[in-house]
Design a protein around this ligand. Structure first.
Ligand SMILES: Cc1ncc(C[n+]2csc(CCOP(=O)(O)OP(=O)(O)O)c2C)c(N)n1
Length: 291
């Protein structure tokens, strides 16, 4: 079903809230992995605010859809997402990554209700998600499992072991989404360890690949709907979401040096102004192109 203009604008507003709350949390905490948070927020918004069967009032429902954010260093965005959903006290965000806080730099699923997996050691989330999807098949449950990978994370061999098994066992209820922001911790992915031809690699591993603009809700929604329309035991989908690290903030955008960073008062002010402008631009696109 095509995304309506009203729905597109609703998602834009939510993504804007989440970008601002992530920025504030980074400011309060002193630092955080904000670059890869801002590339992934639109994907997270579409999942948690449109597609996932996930009720924050019943976050451990055995039939809920699962989401494994394998690039677990974006705990700061997840903390904002779960605070916005009412599963984390907003005041608690002010303690993010401080000694004794229940919110560590990489979130702990034993401490944050609704978080499906503790991640942060790159490369592990694929196997965790695959296990969740296999459990659904064995127990004859109908839930979807969504897996969010970083592109730099795809330098890890374990990603490809799990990908091989996902395709071999036709785990089509497991939807893989790669946040292809072209940057990792210390440079552009193609300089550090080339991934291209990236889509062809996923195809060669047996995936049905969709390459989309990961900052356009119409494209994100269309790709997710395509993937979710598959029944179990079909060819699994990998969505390569072309994104921009630090998207929305002028001095962070496409700059790997903002993989992790500290925000002082001046940067907080500029970033807040940038996000406001960015939101206006995106609303204009949705108004013009939404149906
Ligand atoms: C096994 C492992 N090795 C190294 C790291 C350190 N590390 C944290 S983030 C990161 C780069 C990840 O790049 P990418 O997946 O592209 O993240 P994004 O740009 O989306 O934030 C690295 C190497 C880690 N967390 N785990």
């Amino acid at each position: 079903m095509a995304l309506t203009k009203q729905e597109w604008l609703r998602l834009e507003a939510k993504a804007n809230d989440l970008r601002n709350l992530t920025l504030k949390t980074t400011y309060w905490a002193g630092s955080g992995h904000i670059g890869g948070s801002f590339s992934a927020i639109d994907i997270l918004t579409a999942l948690y605010h449109k597609y996932m069967n996930f009720d924050p009032k019943n976050p451990t429902d055995p039939d809920r859809d699962r989401c494994v954010v394998s690039k677990g260093h974006i705990g700061i965005a997840l903390a904002a997402l779960f605070a916005d959903l009412g599963l984390v006290d907003v005041e608690e965000l002010k303690t993010f990554n401080l000694t004794g806080s229940k919110l560590g730099m990489h979130l702990d699923s034993n401490k944050v209700k609704g978080l499906d997996a503790s991640t942060g050691s790159l490369g592990h989330g694929s196997s965790i998600a695959l296990g969740m999807a296999m459990a659904a098949r064995l127990k004859k449950q109908d839930y979807n499992t969504f897996l969010i990978l970083g592109d730099g994370e795809c330098h890890e061999g374990s990603i490809w072991e799990a990908a091989m098994a996902t395709a071999h066992f036709k785990m089509s209820k497991l939807v893989t989404i790669v946040d292809r922001n072209h940057n990792c911790i210390d440079g552009n992915t193609e300089d550090v360890m080339g991934l291209e031809p990236f889509a062809d690699k996923w195809k060669a591993f047996g995936f049905d690949v969709k390459v989309i603009n990961g900052h356009r809700f119409d494209e994100i929604c269309q790709a997710l709907e395509y993937a979710m329309a598959k029944k179990d035991n079909e060819q699994p989908v990998c969505i390569i979401a072309d994104t921009i690290k630090g998207q929305g903030v002028s001095f962070m955008a496409d700059n790997y040096k903002w993989h992790y960073g500290a925000i002082d008062d001046a940067k907080f002010k500029t970033a807040t102004e940038d996000l406001a402008k960015f939101f206006e631009e995106r609303k204009t696109v949705a108004e013009k192109e939404g149906k």
